[in-house]
Design a protein around this ligand. Structure first.
Ligand code: HEC
Ligand code: HEC
Length: 396
C-alpha cells in the first residue's frame, strides 16, 4: 500500500516533469520559429507551398491522424479506470496516515497527562490519593494502584474506554478528562488517546503470561506459607505447579481458592483482577485480611467514616456487592457467560438488571473489528478460569 502510494507519487512527478519540459520546449521552438526570418513569403508560406495531393490526404495523412486520435483516446480512457483502481489504496493510505498521526498525538498526551499514574507506556503505576468522607473531611492518604492499560481494550469496547476517559471513575483517583465530564480534553484528543492505547495492547501470549505471573505469585505465597523450608526458586516453582495441577480440578478442595487467586490477581497493578472493582479498599492496600488490619490501624478514620470497615472480599466498590449473586444468575453458566462478555450500556443481564458498560469482559472481545491500525485483543481468562472464579463468587 505504501508502495502504491509512492508509485502514484512517482507517476505524478514524471507526468508533471514531462508536461513542464514539453511546455518549455514548445515555448522555445515557437519563439524561435516566430523570430526567424525565413525568406520569401511566396516560396515559404505554409499555405502557398504545394501540399500532398488528394490521394495522399485521404489515405496516409488521414490514417495517421486517425491512428493518433486512437492512441490519445486510448490513453485518456486508460487513465480514468486506472485512477479509480488506485483510489481505494489511496484512501486506505490516507486513513492509515491519519490514524498514525492520531497515535503520535495520543502518545504525547498520554506521557503528559496519564503516565504519572499509569506508568510510561501504560504499564501500571500508583496514584497518591487523599480519601475524604462525605463531608469532605480528611480520612486517609493512600497509594491507589493505577491499573496497567495494556489489556484494557481486551476488556472494554473502545466506546466504553472513551466513556471512562470522558467521565473518569468517581470515588477513585481517575479524574474526568473529557469535556463532557468537565475535563480539559476535546473529543478528538480522547480519540487520540484511545488510538494510542491500541498501540500498547499486549498480544495474546504476553497477556496470558502476565495473568499467569500474578496467579503464580499468589500460589507461591500459599505453598511457601505451608512449607517455610521452601526457599529455592526452582523448588518453589515446582511446588506451584503441583498445587495448580490439583487446584484447577473442579472437585478439588482448593478449587475455590484457585478462583479467589484469579479474582485477586495482582499482576499489572491489578489490571485483570476483579477485586479492584468488587472488594472495598483493594486498590489501596486492603488485599488480604492482615493487610486490611494494618491499613485500618494506620488510618482509623477509614473505619470510623464507614469507607473501609474491614476485609470484605467481593462486598462491592465500583462494581456491586457479589454476596447473593446466585439470585441474579440462575445458573453458573449464565454467570460465566456474563463474565466472558461483560456488561453493555443499556443492555439487560442476569435477572432483570441493566448494564452500565462498567463491567469488563474477560473472554476475548470481538467487537470493533473494523478498526484501522494495530490492535491486539486477547482472551484474558480461559473458560475454565472463569468457571473457577464463578464458583468462588457463588461461595461468597
Ligand atoms: C491521578 C492519577 C491518574 C491519572 C493522571 C490518570 N489516571 Fe486513569 N486511572 C487511575 C486509577 C487509580 C484508575 C483505577 C480506578 C479504580 O480503582 O477503578 C484509573 C483507571 C483508568 C482506566 C480504566 C482502566 C480499567 O481497566 O478499569 C483507564 C482507561 C484510564 N484510567 C486511562 C487514563 C488515561 C488515558 C489518562 C490520561 C488522560 C489517565 N487515565 C490519567 C489514575 C489516574
Ligand atoms: C472496572 C471495574 C470492574 C472490574 C475490574 C470487574 N467488575 Fe464486575 N462489575 C462491575 C460493574 C460496574 C458491575 C455492574 C454492571 C454494570 O454496571 O454494567 C459489575 C457486575 C458484576 C457481576 C454481576 C453482579 C450482580 O449481582 O448482578 C458479576 C458476577 C461480576 N461483576 C463479576 C466480576 C468478575 C468475576 C470480575 C473479574 C474477572 C469482575 N467482575 C471485574 C465492575 C467491574
Amino acid at each position: 500500500m505504501i508502495l502504491a502510494a509512492s508509485t502514484q507519487r512517482t507517476i505524478g512527478l514524471v507526468l508533471a516533469v514531462l508536461v513542464v519540459v514539453g511546455f518549455l520546449v514548445y515555448l522555445l521552438f515557437s519563439f524561435r520559429i516566430g523570430k526567424r526570418e525565413i525568406g520569401s513569403e511566396i516560396d515559404q508560406a505554409a499555405n502557398r507551398r504545394p501540399h500532398v495531393d488528394d490521394f495522399e490526404l485521404e489515405t496516409r495523412v488521414l490514417d495517421r491522424s486517425l491512428a493518433w486520435s486512437l492512441v490519445t483516446l486510448a490513453a485518456v480512457s486508460l487513465v480514468l479506470p486506472m485512477y479509480w483502481l488506485m483510489e481505494p489504496a489511496r484512501q486506505e493510505n490516507a486513513a492509515i496516515d491519519w490514524v498514525h498521526r492520531f497515535e503520535v498525538k495520543g502518545a504525547r498526551t498520554f506521557e503528559e497527562g496519564c503516565a504519572s499514574c499509569h506508568g510510561p507506556g501504560g504499564v501500571g503505576g500508583v496514584a497518591a490519593f487523599t480519601v475524604a468522607d462525605s463531608d469532605g473531611e480528611f480520612v486517609a492518604q493512600v497509594e491507589w494502584k493505577a491499573p496497567a492499560l495494556t489489556t484494557v481494550l481486551s476488556r472494554f469496547s473502545e466506546e466504553e474506554v472513551r466513556s471512562i476517559l470522558d467521565y473518569g471513575r468517581p470515588g477513585t483517583p481517575m479524574p474526568a478528562w473529557g469535556l463532557p465530564g468537565g475535563g480539559p480534553l476535546t473529543a478528538q484528543q480522547v480519540d487520540q488517546l484511545v488510538i494510542y492505547m491500541r498501540s500498547i495492547q499486549l498480544d495474546q501470549d504476553a497477556a496470558t503470561a502476565e495473568i499467569d505471573s500474578g496467579l503464580r505469585a499468589g500460589v507461591g505465597a500459599i505453598v511457601t506459607a505451608a512449607d517455610p523450608s521452601l526457599t529455592d526458586r526452582d523448588a518453589i516453582h515446582a511446588a506451584i505447579d503441583v498445587w495448580l495441577e490439583q487446584a484447577t480440578r473442579p472437585g478439588s478442595s482448593d478449587y475455590l481458592q484457585y478462583g479467589e487467586l484469579l479474582f485477586n490477581n495482582a499482576a499489572g497493578q491489578g489490571a485483570n483482577s476483579c477485586a479492584r472493582c468488587h472488594t472495598p479498599g483493594f486498590s489501596f492496600g486492603a488485599t488480604s485480611e492482615a493487610a486490611t488490619a494494618d491499613l485500618l490501624e494506620t488510618w482509623p478514620r477509614l473505619a470510623d467514616s464507614g469507607i473501609l470497615t474491614g476485609w470484605l472480599p467481593g462486598a462491592g466498590h465500583v462494581g456491586p456487592d457479589l454476596a447473593g449473586v446466585e439470585a441474579h444468575f440462575s445458573t453458573s453458566q449464565r454467570q460465566s457467560e456474563f463474565i466472558r462478555t461483560g456488561s453493555e450500556f443499556g443492555i439487560g443481564f442476569g435477572n432483570a438488571r441493566t448494564g452500565s458498560g462498567g463491567m469488563p469482559g474477560y473472554g476475548g472481545r470481538v467487537d470493533d473489528l473494523d478498526v484501522i491500525g494495530t490492535v491486539e485483543r486477547s482472551q484474558l481468562l480461559t473458560p475454565e478460569q472463569i468457571d473457577a472464579i464463578v464458583a468462588y463468587e457463588r461461595s461468597l
